[in-house]
Design a binder for this molecule. Structure first.
Ligand code: DAH
Length: 339
């Protein structure tokens, strides 16, 4: 019996020694110590042992079990240590390795120009508001004095969603929306995207941006409009900048004008930039038409106001001397980084 237990012990220790993964340790445990294991079989055979020898044999069995269990535990700990070490080795971080560079974008020239324009007008007490890009024909045209048969509504340059809804062709509908709210006086600018069915070329895009301006108060005159836009032009293009108001026509303003600024490249002498004229056109403006005020619920006898509309891309192209508008929409970081 002693010999048998000795054999079991040696065999078990050998098997544990040979086991290379924790699962195999468990197999050994089952084989020797499990319910149907070899050591258990010895215990079951106790009935054949002479009664006086039983305590001795029992003790030997227990010793064998303890020896196997203890070695199994040692092996298990050792294996876990090795596994942990390997894992640590794999996860080690080489802090001397150069870091991956994050690609950082760049502010778009449109955005830089818009922030500049906003800074100027907010400084004069204007509020910045927004209107919808998908707009009712009513606001985009009707309420701006552009009736059903007006050529400005031509299908050639308007994207119609249906008869009543269009992609706004200008930011001017925001004027009507703000006036209708009835909170006077008004001093606001409204930047945003507009859409026209235009072919793409160096100066046209079917989607571009405008900044609308509107002031409504008692006793607002054309002098206020001139003074405001003069300050705007000087802030934007430099203190030497001169402005020129040319009579023009817009349905929603009367009188209306287009504003030119003296060429900031040549100072007005005439160059390639201003096509030799010394002047560069930058915006449309005028005194809000009394009929527009009326349609938006404002009494034209009591209130007057002025409005203007600037093309944002045009400002960005001029300010940064970019000669092709398409560059603004390619989002090539090599281009954008220059501004
Ligand atoms: N909405 C006009 C356009 O897209 C620009 C404009 C002209 C806006 C005169 C105005 C204005 O507010 O008074 O061509």
């Amino acid at each position: 019996m002693k010999e048998k237990l000795q054999n079991i012990r040696e065999e078990a220790l050998r098997a544990l020694e040979a086991a290379d993964v924790p699962e195999k340790l468990n197999d050994v445990r089952v084989k020797f110590l499990g319910k149907k294991g070899e050591l258990t079989a010895v215990l079951k055979g106790m009935k054949d042992v002479a009664p006086q020898d039983r305590p001795k044999v029992g003790q030997m069995v227990n010793e064998t079990r303890a020896a196997i269990e203890s070695f199994l535990e040692d092996r298990r700990r050792e294996m876990e240590r090795v596994i942990r070490e390997e894992k640590m080795k794999k996860e080690v971080i080489d802090v001397t390795l150069p870091a991956k560079k994050n690609m950082v974008g760049h502010r778009h020239p449109n955005m830089i120009a818009l922030e500049e324009v906003e800074r100027i007008f907010v400084g004069m007490g204007y509020e910045v508001v927004e209107g919808p890009e998908v707009e009712y024909d009513l606001y985009n045209f009707e309420k701006l004095n552009i009736p059903a048969d007006h050529p400005a509504k031509d299908e050639q340059d308007t994207f119609y969603i249906n008869k009543e809804i269009v992609l706004r062709t200008q930011t001017s509908p925001v004027q009507a929306r703000v006036m209708e709210q009835g909170r006077l006086p008004i001093r606001m600018i409204a930047p945003g995207r507009v859409f026209r069915s235009d072919e793409v070329d160096a100066t046209h895009s079917p989607s571009f941006h405008q900044i609308e301006g509107l002031v409504i108060d008692r006793q607002i005159s054309f002098a206020d409009l001139k003074g405001t836009l003069e300050v705007f032009a000087k802030e934007l293009f430099g203190p030497e900048t001169k402005t020129k108001f040319r009579p023009h026509h817009f349905p929603f303003t009367e009188p209306s004008a287009e504003v030119d600024v003296s060429c900031f490249k040549c100072g007005g002498k005439g160059c390639r930039f201003c096509k030799g004229s010394g002047w560069i056109e930058i915006l449309g403006c005028g005194m809000v038409h009394p009929h527009v005020l009326e349609m938006c619920g404002i009494d034209p006898e009591e209130y007057t106001g002025f409005a203007f509309g600037v093309g944002l891309e045009r400002i960005a192209l001029l300010k940064y001397e970019i000669d092709d508008m398409r560059l603004l929409y390619e989002n090539d970081i090599r281009f954008l980084k220059q501004f």
